[in-house]
Design a protein around this ligand. Structure first.
Ligand SMILES: Nc1ncnc2c1ncn2[C@@H]1O[C@H](COP(=O)(O)OP(=O)(O)OP(=O)(O)O)[C@@H](O)[C@H]1O
Length: 281
């Protein structure tokens, strides 16, 4: 791999006295898709939120050669990181066009609407539609489209296919594939068929630590390692199958195997901070 775009070392997060991350190391390649994998509760979303400064963190986060671990989220975002959060962070009461307009940042050479509309023609047709009336896949397009508006140098997408029907997963996969040709993507994903199709490298977390890093194809071709690290019961080497088809067969990372990390507190903050989703667009 060339010099990584994002280099995370010994990232630790403590929330309410609970150690959520204990030392995550993560390199994001300067091109294509890097996948962040792990069972439920392994710490993937917390890692992404820590990189973005949305939770208190220690360690080192170097982005494009600059140490950013002490930077506020808005400053970091202006350095060129787009974020599509797990809950999509779309404003239901605003139109598609208004959602996109909110994400515009001045001084980035103007918003890249031609790119966004080329990748997602539907967002152009549906410009006047309230985002709350869009399907899950269409809302995901708004979330990803927003990250591509401002010439960002890195896009972080947190489980963009979660809860989507297999056909829509295939659509989102195509979109991510094309987006990754324009900008490097850090993809949090449990759909391993999608990972096999899109990702060059992967990093696997377990219990708040990095458990593995290397070429995604290598890990997914190793049934024993896939089972141990991802809890995949069986391995289907049908890499040529469209992501949606294999996704329909249920090739997903399994749940946690009794993590020592305590469960999220019911009164904890919401997973995605809406304002940050907006700011990070
Ligand atoms: N604000 C919080 N307060 C307390 N515990 C939290 C908080 N956020 C996350 N956790 C806990 O930290 C652990 C890691 O959560 P995280 O959401 O990062 O995992 P994940 O790998 O993204 O999981 P999933 O795949 O299920 O989305 C979990 O045990 C979770 O309950």
């Amino acid at each position: 791999m060339h010099e990584p775009l994002l280099v995370v070392r010994n990232l630790a997060v403590v929330i309410g006295g609970r150690h959520i991350l204990h030392g995550v190391d993560l390199d994001v390649a300067p091109g294509g898709v890097t996948a962040l994998l792990g069972r439920n509760g392994a710490g993937k979303t917390t890692t992404v939120r820590a990189v973005l400064g949305l939770v208190p963190r220690t360690g080192s986060v170097r982005f494009a050669g600059e140490e950013t671990v002490r930077l506020a989220t808005h400053t970091l975002v202006r350095r060129g990181i787009g974020y599509a959060p797990e809950d999509r962070g779309v404003f239901a009461g605003l139109t598609v066009a208004e959602n996109l307009r909110l994400a515009e940042r001045p001084g980035a050479g103007g918003p890249a609407y031609p790119l966004v509309h080329e990748l997602f023609p539907e967002l152009k047709f549906r410009a006047g539609q309230l985002a709350g009336t869009l399907s899950g896949g269409q809302q995901q397009m708004v979330a990803i489209g927003r990250t591509l508006l401002n010439g960002n140098r890195l896009v972080i997408a947190d489980e963009p296919t979660k809860g989507l029907a297999p056909k829509v997963v295939t659509e989102v996969a195509r979109v991510l594939e094309r987006a990754a040709q324009a900008v490097p993507v850090l993809l949090v994903e449990q759909n391993l068929a999608l990972v096999r199709r899109l990702a060059g490298h992967c990093v696997v977390l377990a219990d708040g630590r990095t458990a593995h890093a290397g070429p995604a194809a290598e890990l997914l071709a190793d049934p024993e390692a896939s089972r141990r690290l991802l809890g995949v019961g069986r391995h289907r080497p049908d890499s040529a199958a469209p992501a949606g088809e294999t996704a329909a067969a249920g090739e997903h990372t399994s749940g946690s195997r009794g993590s020592t990390v305590p469960a999220r507190s019911p009164d904890g903050p919401p997973r995605a901070v809406r304002a940050a989703g907006e700011a990070a667009g």
